[in-house]
Ligand binder design. Structure first.
Ligand code: SAH
Ligand code: SF4
Length: 344
């Protein structure tokens, strides 16, 4: 059965066999409106609403909601039809919201410092499961008078390992939810074939590459897939994306004390950024704690001097504000586990 949020117009036409075209248009519009429950679609006959609810089921069941930052950061744990668990994180700003979406149950890339990687891979999310996270977040944002303005694929999973399901989801988010391509960010660990594929797709989404180290030895230790897709080849793929898109790429860099926060790493990173036109931007994230990785994030003073080294070499860098770390909702902390009941 197709998930409700991945149903095509053709699927609707089949379901509504014999109904006039305007009905199909009405159902399509209702399906992508913020009214998530078909029983609220009062423009449609009751029997039709009931049929859609039954034949096009939703695929996410909220198991738990955790709040941080005075309610401005909301992490939701979702259960899928097969019992799989994923998380998404909604971050509210004064008049808009950003959603951090999952693309897989777990992740096969095994980055040592990431809670999702530590949990291993279960399966890809379907297009419907990806879009439903966005549909629900948009409704939640609107309920607080905010607009869902950005979607970032920085939740659980490697989006470019699931490109065939990811791309139709991006098209729906763009066409039906009104987000411009630049406000949809795909973050990748550096899957070169996926970057090249994305460069050919019809919408110029924003690309973020999780670099984390500027030499292959250090990077392979942190990001094992680097042994298959080393830095020089990754830079070629980034150049290809830029040629096709003419839009700045950003490099993500989790600062890990004593591992990748030295002056030499900052200088080598600046050289990599300057190889690209326009020069890549750097997002610095002091490493968030995860259960399976003993090393800590860099101290604030080290973060600041790393940033000054980059800026001294003409590379702009932003230090990301960590949101939701007390509810394990920050970058790299999503593990989607149902915590065992506390012993008394
Ligand atoms: N798989 C994709 C997207 C999901 S991870 C990727 O790796 O890019 C989203 C971001 O969180 C990536 O930049 C990732 O490197 C970063 N990240 C992972 N673990 C982290 C941690 N413990 N602290 C800070 N950032 C982390
Ligand atoms: Fe997967 Fe990204 Fe985590 Fe690496 S950092 S294990 S690619 S989710």
């Amino acid at each position: 059965m197709t998930g409700r949020f991945a149903a095509s117009r053709e699927t609707l036409a089949d379901l509504l066999d014999g109904e006039p075209r305007y009905r199909i248009d009405q159902v399509w519009a209702a399906l992508h409106s913020p009214r998530l429950d078909p029983f609220e679609w009062s423009e449609l006959p009751t029997a039709m609403r009931a049929m859609i609810a039954e034949r096009l089921p939703t695929q996410l069941e909220a198991v738990r909601e955790s709040h941080a930052d005075d309610g401005q950061t909301v992490k939701t744990l979702w259960r899928l039809d097969d019992g799989g668990l994923i998380e998404s994180v909604l971050m509210h700003y004064p008049d808009r919201s950003t959603l951090c979406v999952s693309s897989q149950v777990g992740c096969a890339m095994g980055c040592s410092f990431c809670a999702t990687g530590q949990a291993g891979f279960t399966r890809h999310l379907t297009t419907g499961e990806i879009v439903e996270q966005v549909a629900r977040a948009r409704a939640a944002a609107q309920a607080t008078d905010r607009r869902l303005s950005n979607v970032v694929f920085m939740g659980m999973g490697e989006p470019l390992a699931n490109e065939p399901n990811l791309w139709p989801a991006i098209e729906t988010i763009h066409h039906e939810y009104g987000l411009s391509a630049r406000h949809i960010t795909v973050s990748t660990v550096g899957m070169i074939p996926g970057i090249r594929l994305l460069a050919e797709r019809p919408l110029p989404v924003t690309l973020a590459v999780s670099l984390h180290a500027a030499d292959d030895t250090t990077r392979t230790r942190l990001v094992p897939i680097n042994s298959r897709y080393p830095i020089a080849d990754l830079m070629d793929a980034c150049r290809y994306y830029l040629e096709k898109r003419r839009r700045r790429i950003s490099f993500e860099w989790a600062l890990i004390a004593g591992v990748n926060d030295t002056r030499e790493q900052a200088e080598a990173l600046a050289d990599l950024c300057r190889q690209l036109r326009p020069i890549a931007h750097v997002n610095l994230i002091p490493l968030n704690d995860t259960p399976g990785y003993p090393v800590r994030g860099s101290a604030r003073s080290v973060v600041d001097s790393f940033r000054s080294t980059l800026e001294g070499r003409g590379v702009s860098a932003t230090v990301r504000r960590t949101r939701g770390d007390e509810i394990a909702a920050a970058c790299g902390q999503l593990a989607a586990s149902v915590s065992p009941p506390r012993r008394r």
